[in-house]
Write a protein of this length. Structure first.
Length: 570
């Protein structure tokens, strides 16, 4: 009827339905709220994954995203294949055989073992005798310069002084600066010296650490905390070159930071900054560059990364752990160099190992920050512990003050003139080795140097031979070089001991390449495929040849974990 206040049929039916449910014990308001909450949760879930998908497409592009998806699916499917009952038992058998072979090398069968405390303490002469036997165990002769990197030796006189400094502070612990004020002073001075070396601005700060890995971990942790406090980032991400030290990946796993790895394509093998820029999003907490990187010895375009960091208002960490006390002296020594340190305004932190080309004892490194405020993000402070207020600058609590003392002694003993001289000698030898590879008839036609190395590392791949066979051939001649992957290559990190025997290294490299060529010619003449007949792969060729062919690396992970277990087998 006109003017009636009767409700529409649909609305009345809905009202009656709610009333019936209410009489049955349900609260209509709660039901509406529950549906609303469900819709909101679904919408947020959809928004989150849509946003991630868009970031992925923008960062990797359509074809890059599809390639990553294909690789992920292939890896998962191959992982399932490896876990099939028959396959799993066969793989386990081969892994066990490889580990048993490795155990014969690492754990001598005829050695006397001490698995419990002696009932009575040994006499000092007995301890010295056993220490001498342990020091004389068969090993690669780093003393003769046959080891790439690993031992950054500053000559015997410096070693004696380091040992003396260590002895004076054997019990010292920086966690108690009132008890050991000398250690506190030396540690602060070591950090100040390294800051000065990298042209730090006024107000810059730093911390000493146990090594490059801890320095990198601290820089990543500080960046994560900064992003959380200042921007509320709860799903942090960082972008790094594929050649960046694996400690960044460790930091990602430890601190739950998502890693985006960017290619470093030929011919320069520097990180592709355009790809870095495309991957930046609101969750990005850190950009990374190396000066130089470990695999190829290439310095990334730090100036380009600095501009990007300033534009995006992001921290930029430069890993100078390997370059350490060489890259700051390249210009003064007359070598080619590029910008890499705090003179670039976008650089906010730097890691530098004093125990590499600073010649300090192993267990010394530094992480440097543009400001004290940045350094504070890596601090840990607990004001409410029952043991008292606790504060530490980094991961460890107690630290060996003796190592700090030995580091300080190394820096003040060598001095600027000494480090300039060592840069001239080490980088000069690297240039000689590079020139020899480029000009030697046998090497220049087979070996291809990766990029333009400016510091102390030379990496090369083989054009026609298996480069891992060359690595095994050099091992047979007593050399300990580093095998690389993606791409397959070898690198030599030149140290002071190597500068004395680099010509022997070059000659042996020529001999090995010629020997491998001859083996290849024999295979071709006899109609054999590579490694046919009785020809077996060496250690490097076996490991990296298999690893490179597997879409799923779980077998390599099992081998690596088994290797780590063997390190603690008494």
């Amino acid at each position: 009827m006109p003017g009636s206040s009767r409700m529409p049929v649909s609305l009345r039916d809905g009202f009656n339905t709610v009333r019936r449910r209410s009489r049955a014990g349900g609260n209509p308001l709660e039901m509406v709220n529950l549906d609303l909450i469900r819709n909101i949760v679904f919408f947020l879930f959809l928004l989150r994954w849509t946003r991630r998908a868009l970031w992925k497409l923008r960062g990797r592009g359509l074809f890059g995203t599809l390639a990553e998806l294909y690789a992920d699916v292939r890896r998962v499917l191959y992982g399932w294949f490896l876990r099939m009952p028959g396959v799993r038992s066969q793989v386990r058998k081969q892994v066990d055989e490889a580990l048993a072979k490795l155990q014969t090398k690492l754990v001598p069968a005829n050695a006397t073992r001490y698995l419990t405390l002696p009932k009575e303490g040994w006499a000092e002469d007995a301890v010295r005798k056993e220490l001498e036997a342990l020091a004389s165990m068969d090993h690669t002769r780093w003393e003769d310069g046959y080891v790439s990197g690993a031992v950054y030796h500053g000559e015997d006189e410096l070693l004696k002084l380091q040992t003396e400094a260590y002895g004076k502070f054997t019990v010292a612990n920086p966690i108690h600066p009132d008890v050991f004020p000398g250690v506190r002073k030396m540690e602060a001075e070591v950090v100040a010296m390294v800051l000065s070396l990298f042209n730090a601005p006024p107000g810059a700060a730093g911390v000493s650490t146990s090594g490059g890995t801890e320095s990198i971990l601290m820089a990543c942790l500080g960046a994560r905390q900064k992003a959380y406090v200042e921007r509320g980032v709860t799903e942090p991400e960082m972008i790094l070159p594929e050649t960046a030290h694996t400690a960044f990946r460790k930091a990602g796993e430890y601190f739950k930071i998502k890693i985006h790895v960017v290619a470093c394509p030929a011919p320069n093998y520097q990180v592709d900054i355009r790809r870095v820029a495309r991957l930046v999003n609101r969750n990005t907490i850190l950009l990374v560059g190396s000066a130089p990187n470990f695999p190829h010895g290439i310095i990334d375009d730090i100036a380009g990364l600095s501009k990007l960091a300033l534009k995006k208002r992001l921290p930029l960490h430069v890993d100078c752990c390997l370059g350490s006390f060489l890259v700051p002296f390249l210009d003064k020594a007359g070598f080619e160099t590029v910008p890499f340190d705090f003179r670039l305004k976008g650089v906010t932190s730097i890691s530098c190992d004093t125990h590499k080309y600073g010649f300090a004892p192993k267990g010394n490194s530094t992480v440097l920050y543009r400001t004290q405020a940045l350094r504070a993000y890596q601090y840990f402070v607990d004001p409410a512990w029952s043991g008292g207020v606790y504060a530490s600058p980094g991961l460890p609590g107690s630290r060996p003050g003796a190592l700090i003392a030995a580091c300080w002694a190394s820096l003040v003993t060598v001095g600027e003139a000494g480090y300039l001289a060592s840069c001239t000698q080490i980088v000069g030898t690297t240039k000689k080795l590079l020139d020899h590879i480029h000009t030697s008839p046998s090497l220049s036609t087979e070996l291809q140097v990766l990029g333009n190395p400016l510091v102390s590392v030379v990496a090369f791949r083989a054009r026609s031979l298996n480069v891992y066979d060359i690595a095994d051939g050099m091992s047979a001649k007593g050399w300990h070089l580093n095998a690389l992957q993606d791409p397959p290559a070898i690198h030599v990190a030149v140290t002071l001991p190597i500068t004395k025997v680099w010509e022997r290294l070059a000659a042996d490299l020529e001999a090995v390449v010629e020997a491998e060529r001859e083996k290849e010619r024999v295979r071709v003449v006899e109609g054999k495929t590579a490694r046919g007949g009785q020809d077996k792969a060496g250690d490097a060729a076996a490991l990296y040849g298999v690893a490179g062919s597997l879409p799923n690396k779980s077998v390599v992970v099992d081998l690596a974990r088994g290797f780590l277990d063997l390190l603690y087998k008494a």
